[in-house]
Design a protein around this ligand. Structure first.
Ligand code: ZN
Length: 309
């Protein structure tokens, strides 16, 4: 068994929102920064694998056929705006297919016992994408698709998803809000975009109690995030006994990030990752946000270090 597998694909570089929205933060330079720092060192200690593209049958595990078709058709026409923050170009659909495909390959690898931990260095990100719509830089919900694949096709009965991106993972929350087989926990800046994720929203119907929203004020630090993880999230996750742990790993809770106001450090991300790894021998993380290009590689490197420990 290998120590860890890292999935990515060059197609993820070709989705370029800055061509329609100059200065857009979710730009190819994010992945290029990771590749020039970590790829140059051959992703130290990780087996690199090319991510396959997800087909419609995988995307439709979470999204409506109308949504998948709508994104494909807009890109085929050359692109446009899926929402005010989410421009796409012709190449964006293929990038999103490989991003979701990476997440699918990741859970196949984990559940086959080939590796205890995987990381997807992908874009566009996914956690704001709801079943019926793209939003907030996200086309398809990579982590939600991975969780559904694990449950519906690979035999997993309980999946825990932690979303440590600084924004609430509204798309993932919506996909599973009425489900008792997916425990979803999110720590996020509050009040903040996208406005969902209130403390009192604990899911609904059969899923009541299987959503944990932990909104935190601007200026919160890594030790505060870790305390919430240790005292609230991890006890719930241990009681849930997940067969698979997935992480929406955004890095926009770092102090230097231009979009948010948190103060989680490299050590903070390392410790968040270490705690996730302590939960399970099947841990998979997908890249979500993180927009400050000088610091992003060091933050991802620290998380990779934590996941492997
Ligand atoms: Zn974010």
């Amino acid at each position: 068994m290998t120590a860890g597998v890292l999935f990515s694909h060059p197609a993820c570089l070709e989705h370029d929102p800055t061509l329609l929205a100059p200065g857009h933060p979710e730009a190819p330079g994010r992945l290029r920064a990771l590749e020039s720092e970590l790829g140059r060192r051959e992703w130290p200690g990780w087996d690199f694998r090319l991510a396959p593209p997800a087909g419609a049958e995988q995307l439709e595990l979470v999204h409506s056929a109308a949504h998948v078709r709508g994104v494909a058709e807009l890109c085929a026409r050359g692109g446009g705006a899926l929402d005010a923050d989410t421009p796409v170009i012709a190449e964006s659909f293929r990038a999103a297919q490989h991003a979701a495909g990476a997440a699918c390959a990741m859970v196949r690898t984990l559940l086959a016992g080939e590796a205890p931990v995987c990381f997807c260095a992908i874009r566009p990100p996914g956690h704001h994408a709801e079943p019926e719509r793209a939003m907030g830089f996200c086309l398809f919900n990579n982590v939600a698709i991975a969780a559904e694949l694990a449950i519906r096709e690979l035999g997993a009965r309980r999946v825990f998803i932690l979303d440590w991106d600084v924004h609430h993972g509204n798309g993932t929350a919506e996909a599973f809000r009425a489900r008792a087989d997916v425990l979803f926990a999110s720590i996020h800046q509050w009040p903040f975009y996208p406005g969902t994720g209130a403390l009192e929203d604990a899911g609904s119907g059969d899923g009541e109690g299987f959503t944990i929203n932990l909104p935190v004020p601007a200026g919160s630090t890594g030790p505060q995030w870790l305390a919430l993880l240790e005292r609230v999230v991890l006890p719930a996750a241990v009681a849930f006994a997940p067969e698979l742990v997935l992480v929406s790993a955004g890095f926009d809770a770092h102090a230097a990030d231009p979009l948010a106001d948190m103060r989680v450090t490299e050590d903070g991300f390392r410790e968040l990752a270490r705690r996730c790894r302590s939960l399970s021998d099947r841990v998979g993380a997908v890249l979500e946000g993180g927009y400050e290009l000088e610091t992003l590689p060091g933050l991802v490197d620290a998380a990779l270090d934590g996941f492997k420990s």
